[in-house]
Design a protein around this ligand. Structure first.
Ligand code: NAD
Ligand code: ZN
Length: 253
């Protein structure tokens, strides 16, 4: 048996021994769907520094820049289809192995792969719609983008007239959404196996969940092409491609 086979067998036995696993995903699970991650070569950050929440609130110029970037990235998110990694995750949830998918992703691909909404915990929001930061009203992108594309008119809330209509993602400097943080904590504390997939594990508080799982006695498996910040505390690290690895484990194509 090769080292790779041995790793897969170890992963399989940890999964077999688990009564309640949690999956935690990052941008890496969606690169095979054509959505770039942040930190890989060619990733989004090698081209654009992120816009801080404070800057979005303070300046119309930054709000405009936010919507320009949104216009730029949106077609690739809309065009993306779930890949083998998403399908494997969906199957593990469906067969009852995995109780919840905690995701840092904002692309909605776990939902599109068929995982029920109540099994998905979005820590960083969702980029497929917008919200008014004053009153919480949801705004559909189709109501906003055509006007912005035409003459860069910034969206204004139709309910409260507020000027802070923002893609429903959590920016750096913005407070974390309460309900998802609470649900993710609950799920993490209840699991006996925590599987981190495609995350560099450098963004906090999200990366605190694998640490919390470990402290609570769960096993920790990390699947990521490159080393992560938390490899040292993991029970098993698989530096491999996500789609083929999870596809083999879950038996999906
Ligand atoms: P990250 O970019 O910091 O790390 C992604 C990791 O995935 C990298 O270490 C990379 O080596 C690995 N990777 C990429 N493709 C892989 C593959 N096919 N197989 C194996 N490993 C692969 O991502 P992060 O930890 O999720 O943190 C970035 C933040 O960016 C998150 O908060 C997230 O909200 C946001 N983000 C989301 C998306 C998305 O929704 N698809 C895309 C970009 C960024
Ligand atoms: Zn409003």
């Amino acid at each position: 048996m090769t080292d790779l086979d041995i790793e897969l067998e170890q992963f399989q036995s940890l999964l077999d021994e688990s009564k309640r696993a949690v999956i935690f995903t990052g941008a890496g699970i969606s690169t095979e769907s054509g959505i770039p991650d942040f930190r890989s070569p060619g990733g989004i950050w090698t081209r654009n520094q992120p816009i801080q929440f404070q800057d979005f609130m303070a300046s119309e110029t930054m709000r405009r820049e936010t919507w320009r970037r949104k216009l730029n990235i949106d077609p690739s998110i809309r065009a993306a289809e779930p890949n083998r990694g998403h399908r494997a995750v969906e199957k593990l949830v469906r067969i009852g192995k995995v109780s919840a998918v905690i995701t840092q992703n904002i692309d909605g691909l776990h939902q599109r792969s068929g995982v029920a909404d109540d099994r998905i915990i979005e820590l960083h929001g969702n980029s497929t719609y917008a919200t008014c930061l004053d009153c919480g009203q949801r705004h559909e992108l189709d109501e906003i983008m055509p006007q912005f594309e035409a003459d860069e008119t910034l969206p204004v809330c139709r309910v409260c007239d507020g000027p802070y209509v923002k893609p429903a993602t959590i920016s750096f400097g913005q407070s974390m959404p309460e309900a998802p943080m609470r649900d993710a904590t609950q799920q993490t504390e209840a699991c006996d196996l925590f599987i981190s997939i495609g995350s560099s594990l450098v963004v906090y508080p999200a990366a605190g969940f694998p640490v919390m799982a470990k402290r609570n006695g769960a096993r920790l498996v990390i699947v990521n092409r490159e080393p992560t910040e938390l490899d040292a505390i993991a029970d098993l690290v698989l530096n491999r491609e996500i789609g083929p690895t999870l596809g083999d484990i879950a038996g999906v194509n």
